[in-house]
Design a protein around this ligand. Structure first.
Ligand code: COA
Length: 486
């Protein structure tokens, strides 16, 4: 499906999905849901004991070992279909359970996952022939993968991970974020229902009713888990990397944007607001702070305001900072440090403004403010639709400050410019996994940009935009003196 996801087109897709589901104009309202059921239907693949979840996923893995690649691809096709059909339900559940994000954008994110997550075509083999015969290298499954998933993109990550991991021939056990258990377990159940309908085992992916750090630890240490994948904050990534097993880590970013004076300023303003407000800034690739050349900064902010941004004064920014950033004692050091308030992450701009006594309509989707580089809005990854704008003299200052704000996480950065030297210099300096030029951030995960999608962007461990092949191990088979036919 060719996609060019402008705001209007996202709305169009969402409306059409809701119509298909018979929920014109509104998302389906779940009457009852919890960690183990939705509207009275018990989830398949959700266990009270992590060891039982691992055993079930292992049995599922053994069952798909005897399936052909074409049969495995049928499982993936059915997961795609069901994800499209139930996108709006999961979007609604995600917002209801976590209080973060937007139903319309979450619906679009699920459809993106259904459309643009690679399947078995991603698994390729390599042959080398020569004087000594033939060597074949194939991408084999690990077995059972243990996956940590976040509250920010919960069901999107479960489904995207499942598709890639199953396409690679694995079973999967999830330890979802405790703040998004029902939504994540709904997705686990969906994957199992889809696979079973398409000829797969009853359970291929599994999860637990009450995921905790203890259940995560059982998963890390269990001998049947051969690969760990963490999509989440720095703590989770560190813990999988310390497990002594092969691990893929996808952590947080703080993506900066540079806008120079050669850019199409009106388009840059709109693109930045579209990207920054997507699912209320929850995707880790979303624009988090802007470095604008001083001679175009006013025009840029005017364009942002024409596209749904509300500009606050520096006094209002101070008041807002007190609400969205709270002091927390670091249990390890005993020192108080600023951290984002859980009650502000992923909230609508209008809700955040109301906290400082400003009333606006639904047309306001982003809060912008001019700050200096040291402002906490620049330094902290907020994950909410608040966008600080810092004026810079020239490209040297822009690159220097943007790299510092990115903080060496090497996650994502953006730039609006028509100067190829500027674009190349920033891309080289910032060294991020994703670099988006002249488009909203979501183009970097395939929304209106070329390339496949994922919500597991593995910067720290280097797999990048993960897909089925990231969840495989390479095996070599050598035949000496034969099978070379020339
Ligand atoms: N399984 C088990 N425990 C988990 C878990 C998982 N998958 N994910 C998090 N936890 C634990 C945390 O370690 C923490 O435990 P602690 O209180 O003992 O330290 C607890 O659950 C709460 O999680 P945390 O995410 O830190 O707090 P929160 O729910 O209040 O905050 C966010 C929500 C979104 C602010 C927070 O998750 C965050 O900042 N995430 C970083 C960004 C991110 O996840 N990006 C996603 C990359 S795609």
């Amino acid at each position: 499906m060719a996609m060019n996801w402008t705001e209007a087109q996202i709305n169009q897709v969402v409306t059409s999905v809701l119509n298909q589901l018979g929920h014109a104009g509104d998302a389906p309202k779940a009457k009852t849901y919890n960690a183990t059921s939705y509207e009275g239907r018990a989830f398949v693949g959700v266990y009270s004991d992590m060891k039982d979840a691992i055993a079930a996923a292992e049995a599922g893995y053994k069952a798909i070992r005897s399936m052909s690649v074409a049969e495995r691809e049928k499982l993936i096709t059915r997961i795609r279909e069901k994800t499209r059909e139930e996108a709006a339900i999961m979007a609604y559940l995600g917002v209801a359970e976590t209080k973060m994000g937007r139903v319309d954008h979450k619906t679009a994110k699920h459809i993106l996952v259904a459309d643009k997550t690679p399947g078995t075509e991603d698994i390729t083999s390599y042959a080398k022939t020569g004087d000594f015969g033939l060597t074949l290298v194939e991408m084999a499954p690990f077995g059972v993968v243990g996956a940590i998933t976040p509250s920010t993109n919960p069901s999107e990550t479960v489904i995207c991970n499942s598709m890639g991991m199953i396409a690679a021939g694995n079973g999967v056990v999830f330890n979802p974020h405790p703040g998004a258990i029902a939504t994540s377990n709904y997705a686990v159940d969906l994957v199992n229902r889809a696979c079973y309908e398409a000829g797969g085992p009853k359970v291929l992916v599994a999860s637990v009713e009450k995921p905790t750090l203890e259940t995560a630890d059982v998963m890390y240490k269990h001998p049947s888990i051969r690969l760990l994948v963490c999509t989440g904050g720095p703590g989770g990534v560190k813990s999988v990397l310390s497990s002594g097993k092969k691990a893929i880590g996808a952590g947080a970013g703080n993506p900066p944007v540079i806008v120079d004076d050669t850019a199409d300023i009106e388009k840059a303003g709109k693109d930045i607001i579209d990207g920054c407000t997507f699912d209320n800034n929850l995707p880790c690739i979303a624009e988090k702070e802007v470095f604008a050349f001083a001679n175009i900064a006013d025009r840029l902010m005017a364009s942002m305001k024409q596209n749904g941004a509300y500009q606050i004064t520096s006094e209002q920014a101070e008041a807002l900072a007190k609400v969205v950033l709270v002091e927390k004692i670091n249990p390890k050091t005993g020192i108080a440090q600023k951290t984002i308030s859980r009650d502000a992450v992923g909230r609508d701009a209008k809700v955040l403004l109301a906290k400082i006594g400003v009333t606006v309509g639904d047309d306001v989707r982003c809060i912008i403010c001019e700050t200096d580089f040291n402002h906490p809005f620049v330094q902290e990854e907020l994950m909410m639709p608040i966008l600080p704008i810092v004026r810079v003299r020239d490209i040297d200052e822009a690159i220097d400050l943007a790299c510092k704000a990115e903080g060496g996480r090497r996650h994502t950065a953006h730039m609006h410019s028509k100067n190829v030297d500027h674009l190349s210099r920033f891309a080289r300096a910032v060294e991020t996994t994703i670099f988006v030029k002249n488009a909203p951030s979501y183009a970097g995960i395939g929304f209106g940009g070329e390339g496949h999608t994922t919500f597991t962007i593995a910067g720290p461990t280097g797999e990048g935009i993960t897909s089925a092949k990231s969840f495989t191990r390479l095996r070599r088979c050598v035949m000496v003196d034969n099978f070379r036919i020339i």
